[in-house]
Design a protein around this ligand. Structure first.
Ligand code: BV8
Length: 265
């Protein structure tokens, strides 16, 4: 069992996955934090850094946690926002963009809040859990587009007040216990129910209802391909498990799809 990164994905698994993708009209790519690991953004399960190491993200990423200690939660997100602003998409992101001309409809449904899929150039991105580059206010969700103090990623600082209603600003992400954006859920579940292939990349499958998507696709008769350095809670749903890092597997997979498409012209 590999530990990620350098395994060599077995060729027959890659060939089967490429065959299904080359034949598909509609593909959903469902990504989690592992997709951004090679862009330098730690996954939720990675050791939390320094000051935050003693806190549980499921405690910090909640409205109750924010109301209990707005300085700590705002400071945690400010540090994450800063890291995300400095991050660049890595080759797996560009491989997904290169998949678009090869397949009639590619929809990226992401749990990630870093915005990297759109930055890499993916055209149809559904953000299930919001985007920490966007900020809104706590009580009325007024969008805030003003400047934010660029602060050290480890400081606990007061969230600025909303200029419209005065309630504290918060990141425009879905906290645990909050509903997912209705339109995002509607699009994601519809696309998952009508695709021929769902490509699952870099998710442990522990957070719901996002983890339901591969089940939706499978029930609708789609093939499920999983890319992950290690098995996840969703590996049992996958028709093929390509063991490896996104940055290694996705470029190889999309190259194999392109070769099949050229061969069938
Ligand atoms: C809700 C934004 C309705 C914030 C996040 C059943 C149904 C519905 C809800 C629940 C349910 N059961 C439990 C719940 C509650 C809860 C939940 O799921 N809890 C879990 C912990 C059990 N769900 C909710 O609260 C959701 N809301 O359901 O509303 C409702 C309302 C009221 C009352 C009840 C229900 C909201 C969930 C959204 C929370 N917000 N993010 C922020 O970012 O701060 S979740 C956040 O954590 C991420 O967005 C992501 O979704 C999740 C982390 O998961 P992953 O992305 O999978 O990342 P992880 O670190 O776990 O794994 C990384 C993977 O990458 C690993 O497999 C690793 O092997 C792999 N990897 C590593 N390196 C690489 C790699 N892969 C590829 N390449 C590599 N190089």
């Amino acid at each position: 069992m590999g530990t990620g990164g350098k395994e060599h994905v077995e060729p027959e698994g890659l060939a089967r996955a490429a065959e299904w993708l080359a034949r598909a009209e509609r593909v959903v790519v469902s990504t989690g934090a592992g997709m951004s690991r090679e862009s330098g953004i730690p996954t939720f399960r990675d050791a939390m850094e320094e000051l935050w190491a003693r806190f549980d993200p499921q405690e910090l990423a909640t409205e109750a946690g924010f109301r209990r200690n707005p300085r700590r939660v705002w400071g945690w997100y400010a540090g994450r926002r800063r890291r995300v602003m400095e991050a660049e998409p890595h080759p797996a992101y560009f491989a997904l963009v290169e998949l678009e001309p090869l397949v009639a409809e590619v929809t990226v449904v992401t749990q990630n809040v870093d915005g990297l899929h759109a930055i890499a150039g993916s055209h149809d991105v559904v953000e299930l859990h919001g985007n920490l580059r966007r900020v809104k206010c706590l009580d009325r969700h007024h969008p805030y587009s003003g400047e934010l103090p660029d602060q050290d990623g480890q400081a606990e600082t007061d969230p600025p007040p909303c200029p419209v209603c005065g309630s504290p600003l918060r990141p425009d992400v879905v906290w645990f216990g909050e509903m997912l954006p209705e339109r995002a859920v509607e699009r994601a579940w519809r696309r998952a129910g009508e695709c021929e292939v769902l490509l699952l990349v870099g998710t442990s499958g522990t957070v719901w209802p996002a983890a339901e998507l591969p089940h939706v696709a499978r029930r609708a008769g789609a093939r499920v391909i999983e890319v992950n350095p290690q098995p996840s809670e969703l590996t049992a749903v996958a028709d093929v498990f390509l063991q490896g890092a996104a940055g290694e597997v996705l470029p190889a997979l999309v190259r194999a799809v392109a070769e099949r498409k050229r061969g069938s012209e």
